[in-house]
Write a protein that binds this ligand. Sequence first.
Ligand code: PMP
Length: 485
Amino acid sequence: MAVTDPSPVPVPAPCDGEARGTAAHDSAVHEGILRRQSARESAARTYARALPIVPVRARGLTIEGADGRRYLDCLSGAGTLALGHNHPVVLEAIRKVLDSGAPLHVLDLATPVKDAFTTELFRTLPRALADRARIQFCGPAGTDAVEAALKLVRTATGRAGLLTFTGAYHGMTAGALEASGGAQDVRVARLPYPQDYRCPFGIGGPRGAELAARWTESLLDDTKSGVPHPAGMIVEPVQGEGGVIPAPDPWLRRMRAITEDRSIPLIADEVQTGVGRTGAFWAVDHSGVVPDVMVLSKAIGGSLPLAVIVYRDDLDIWGPGAHAGTFRGNQLAMAAGAATLAYVRENRLAERAADLGARMIGQLQSLAKEFPCIGDVRGRGLMIGVELVDPEGAPPAATGGPDSPDLSTDPLLGWPTAAPLPAAPDLAAAVRDACLDRGLIVELGGRHSSVVRLLPPLTITDEQAAAVVDRLADALAAVARTSHS
Ligand code: PMP
């Protein structure tokens, strides 16, 4: 289905910032703001370091900076903007609330706006969950909703331990960090997340996923594994920050079966994958898995802060105030979110994301044949990753050899193992910078920050998608040239 961007902004020509009449003045304003930012803001700031942009206007896929330069935004507020910037239906929903005189701050009181949001959200959920769902409105960040989910299952089961996965990202507050890949905590047992390119077992594919599942089963069933019966398992159906790694559907179904058989609540963290992003309304829909708890944020607020958990009613045994917070009633976010959910559903944007994402992934895979520094292209829907590697680096000695970088028979195991080239974070950073020079905003992710990530809005047009791929190709060519010279 061809969906056209309802807010067509002409696709800007690369590097068109110089053309404006007041270029010198605009550039001085832009530089001044950036200078004051670096003097006054925290050393912990993130995106601002790699993207020296001062956004002043935005519409759809396009952002305009204070210096007049225009960019195609494939970061989309870290995957938040399902409909792009300032979509008309989102603006209209926000204006309607403002014009109605409704209170903007209501703690967790009932309002017509919240009622409408909940109705629209429940309409989209997997049916078996929607029929018995409860919703908890959380503090407005994804990480707070993760905290709520962990608290919920710990209260419901009376157990403390948690099963999480290598490479996971669930947020920055204590419990969410504990569940993320970098943490070390005895309450958390870390399980292998299946991945083809850097499979921990060296084989990838269904066999790699099968080994990952068996390891999970054995940890749970071995009375001496050191892993106590856990309160829950938390999983991203596609790892985002971990490097755009989609979980195979059969593996996710195995995780569902393993947890169900052992009365372990399954928590799907759909903070990044939700609202059509992966080509289904929720990423769990691909596999038909019905989780016990879903953690939702980012796109559900239609670009404003909102985070909730939805879960099966029998888990709802925590007491009043178990997960309180002042900012759980953002009316503008609920209105913007309800409008976004309805727009994605009515315009079948999940299907559009599936089709266009498959096409873009195919085009990027063709590029990989041209550029040896592309190790892998992967993704699901409009959640796309391009992993950069060092084409001259030697793959790990135990798995294959320099003569056969892709697949060779392991001398010890006796079966073919994949031997990916070393990750190339410097090349990835150079590609990100070269993209920015060409008016394209991309993010880096992955274990080694070597994966260029594309998260365009679901409203991106065919022409805009082609421009994104072209600019990325051009940036890759420029970086490949300089890295060889
Ligand atoms: N879970 C996932 C899967 C995420 O991708 C993120 C953010 N990137 C979070 C949780 C945390 O959300 P927030 O940054 O809003 O706290």
